[in-house]
Design a protein around this ligand. Structure first.
Ligand SMILES: [Zn+2]
Length: 75
């Protein structure tokens, strides 16, 4: 969904690291190097970014389509 602000296990702030992480990994950098650069050395924090799936844009898209159908009077 949306990246949590803090690591679930240790409480370190990780919310601000998702954008640079996703951008650099999509450009082809190895995720392990990017995590090291961002200062995420503990494996509890690293799994927060590695296992995250950004779904909010997909949910918003389907919600907009649903509202459009309701406005048109469909089911
Ligand atoms: Zn952590």
């Amino acid at each position: 969904m949306i990246i949590p602000v803090r690591c679930f296990s240790c409480g370190k702030v990780i919310g601000d690291k998702w954008e640079p992480f996703a951008r650099r990994v999509s450009k082809g950098e190895p995720p392990s190097d990017v995590l090291d650069d961002l200062g995420l050395t503990k494996y509890c924090c690293r799994r927060m970014l590695l296992s995250h799936v950004e779904l909010i844009d997909e949910i918003l898209k389907s919600q907009e389509e649903k509202e459009t159908i309701e406005i048109r009077g469909g089911s």
